[in-house]
Design a binder for this molecule. Structure first.
Ligand code: M6R
Length: 362
């Protein structure tokens, strides 16, 4: 049911605090602060993780690489399923293959899962539809509890995937002795704060809606971010393309001078996703390059980042949060931007042209 919302996508964006909370409750014990990998996966015995997915689920995988590597010191590879399955890469026995999929039916991802099983790898599936083929065929189900997602553009399934993978990264770090139980509990509690922070980030909707009329006129839009936010830049660009039909590209901000800077002009809006973390200053220097060329900038940052932002930049202030949960907290504003631009353009938000909810043929 759409309730009072105009589109399923809008409802599903607003459902995200609940979706994340339900998902996290499958992994984190709020009393003890313990993080547990379902299905008895022993991360102490995993020496490499191969994440395989398509589209938005692939971007959730990219975000999780930063977390698994930082918290658990496990090397992680992330690849789109359509490349992975035909590349047939050499694999090593201690590799855990994790497929990520809302539907659990995406043809390329399923084929990649089957290939990994055929290689004798341990397999796990981060899946939202728990009766799906991937959920059945993987050795282990890492569930998301987003509930049914109707909008073709994935929103709450994406943040639920990120939430599940973040919890797994904490579980992996603990299992590998990277930190003690006190730190595990601290990280778990930080992550359990995410639903509340997501609700606050959705509350900036009015400020985002106000940007839509200008953005809707753009032919091209560029998204930049660093660290996990570089993956969110890719996701933001995909979301805008899918529902508003505006050409958009996401880049790691450090790539600016290696090509995309040639596209900057007065008519090309630049979306920058930059919480005030260790990389903020680097991203700001990229922003000044963009401004020097007349590119209009919309900066998504927190209160401290807003204070330090160069004059002339439009700022959307997102709740202050720990880097652990920043990908979750910055997601809803990025989705809302795409949503309101699409609504402004009169596009069919829930059923964008040429797209299917589940891509079951390759
Ligand atoms: O069901 P899946 O998560 O496997 O689907 C993967 C992609 O097809 C999907 O995320 C697609 O990119 C969405 N339309 C993104 O909004």
């Amino acid at each position: 049911e759409r309730g009072n919302y105009r589109h399923f996508m809008e409802k599903e964006i607003h459902d995200q605090p609940d979706a994340c909370q339900h998902t996290l409750s499958a992994y984190l014990d709020p009393v003890s602060g313990k993080a547990t990998a379902p299905g008895g996966v022993d991360f102490a015995k995993v020496d490499r993780i191969q994440i395989i997915a398509c589209g938005t689920a692939f971007y959730a995988g990219l975000i999780s690489r930063y977390l698994f590597e930082r918290l658990a010191r496990i090397p992680v590879d992330v690849e789109v399923a359509s490349e992975f399955r035909y590349r047939e890469p050499p694999v090593t026995p201690g590799t855990l293959a994790i497929v990520v999929s809302q539907s659990g039916e995406t043809a390329d991802t399923l084929a990649a899962l089957r290939w990994c099983k055929g290689q004798g790898l341990q397999t796990a599936a981060v899946v939202n539809v728990h009766e799906s083929t991937m959920a059945r065929e993987a050795d282990v189900l890492f569930p998301t509890h987003a509930g049914p997602e109707i909008g073709v553009a994935s929103t709450k399934a994406f943040t639920s995937q990120v939430a599940a993978l973040t919890a797994l990264a904490i579980a992996a770090g603990a299992a590998r002795g990277m930190f003690d139980a006190t730190e595990e509990a601290r990280l778990s509690r930080l992550l359990l704060e995410a639903p509340r922070l997501i609700a606050q980030s959705i509350a900036v909707e009015d400020a985002i809606r106000a940007l839509a009329p200008d953005l809707a006129k753009a032919r091209d839009v560029l998204y930049f971010g660093r660290g996990a936010m570089s993956a969110l830049a890719l996701e933001g660009a995909l979301k805008l393309k899918e529902i508003s039909y505006i050409h958009a590209e996401g880049y790691a901000a450090g790539e600016l001078k290696h090509g995309p800077i040639a596209l900057i002009d007065e008519a090309t809006p630049v979306i920058v996703i930059a919480p005030s973390d260790a990389l903020y200053e680097k991203t700001m220097s990229n922003m000044s390059e963009v401004m020097a060329r007349g590119g209009p900038i919309i900066l998504f940052t927190d209160a401290e980042g807003a204070e330090n932002a160069p004059a002339g930049v439009k700022v959307i202030v997102v709740p202050t949060c720990d880097p652990l949960v920043a990908p979750l907290v910055f997601s809803a504003p990025i989705q809302l931007l795409a949503y309101h631009v699409a609504v402004q353009k009169g596009a069919d938000v829930d059923q964008p042209r040429n797209l299917a909810k589940s891509v079951t043929v390759e």
